[in-house]
Ligand binder design. Sequence first.
Ligand code: NAD
Ligand code: TYD
Length: 359
Amino acid sequence: MKTYLVTGGAGFIGSNFIHYMFNKYGDDIRIINLDVLTYAGNLENLKDIENRDNYTFVKGDICDKETVSRIFTENDIDYVVHFAAESHVDRSIKNPEVFVQTNVLGTAVMLNCAKAAWEQEDGSFKEGKKFLHVSTDEVYGSLPEGNGYFYEDTPYSPHSPYSASKASSDMLVKAYMDTYKFPANITNCSNNYGPYQFPEKLIPLMINNALSGKKLPVYGDGKNVRDWLYVADHAKAIDMVINKGRLFETYNVGGHNEKQNIEIVNIIIETLQETLDDSDSRKALVTKDLITYVEDRKGHDRRYAIAPDKIRKEIGWEPETMFKDGIKLTIKWYFAHEDWMKNVTSGDYQKYYNDMYKV
Ligand code: NAD
Ligand code: TYD
């Protein structure tokens, strides 16, 4: 039975990954979830699996060497799946330091503790161990409109404090692979969407605002392009890279679902209108009149797009969920989990929202 140490498993992608893994492997795996529960971490995301015998939650900080090394000493960890990070670009523009702390220092601690646990006397590593570092396509910078893709050998050119901190963490993983032959893979993924995404990110923010009849704040001219990947497809890619990825390689994971932000907002409004019952009073509120162009994000990257050729060829992974289907599944999930949204938008979220959008 393989034991996975998942960091940041109470966040958006981490919790979807844990669900995916238990659905696929049931009792044949063990998962330890290390998460400090920042504003983005939410144990409600894992309510339905929290009592499994093969699941353990540890509340702890990836920057805390003692906690992390204790987990390695007390458990024979086979795979680390490293999601824990500060993940929101707008927050990184306002407060970069915590991004360096968590994303860079935290990754260094995770690497060091895994190395200490897995390295043998002759400097080689125990058979079958792997550290999978989950990163972003934002490390590659920005593409011109309608021209070119990010490949695994595209030079790094991060622009935001978030992407700079993720690029630094990737470089550390690369340094461990080059220097020690540390068994790792890096995945650089495009924008994810789906259940359990915190409503500071574009898609859940727009769904939540539209349903409350609040303005839909579109940055700049709304024509920035992101390449959207349904989160379950990402979880599948990570599982496949753990099992089939060649050690020391990077794999880009993307959706071939490029869309301008304004297209996304329009699709959300149209899908909500189709989905809401005529008798639902919110139906009248959800109109394109809510769209409001606001000041652009500082240093706003114009376009991200991934060519997932390598992961398709070597591993056989392909994005399966087209945006038109994924957005319906996502909206359906938010409808079925209105309490989840109410809980995460109470308290600190209101303060964040008011500061960010100057309301
Ligand atoms: P998220 O913000 O939803 O979740 C992050 C999780 O990490 C939270 O549960 C939080 O409590 C935890 N965490 C933060 N600091 C921690 C610390 N010091 N110690 C322990 N836990 C800590 O993020 P997400 O969207 O799920 O992203 C997960 C990973 O995937 C990140 O590394 C991110 O850079 C990467 N990624 C995200 C996207 C995306 O579209 N969301 C795309 C590509 C890559
Ligand atoms: P976001 O979900 O923050 O992801 P990222 O910045 O990591 O790509 O933003 C996606 C796109 O949507 C990005 O171009 C910024 C834009 N955006 C808005 O136009 N309005 C908003 O309120 C938010 C949160 C994002």
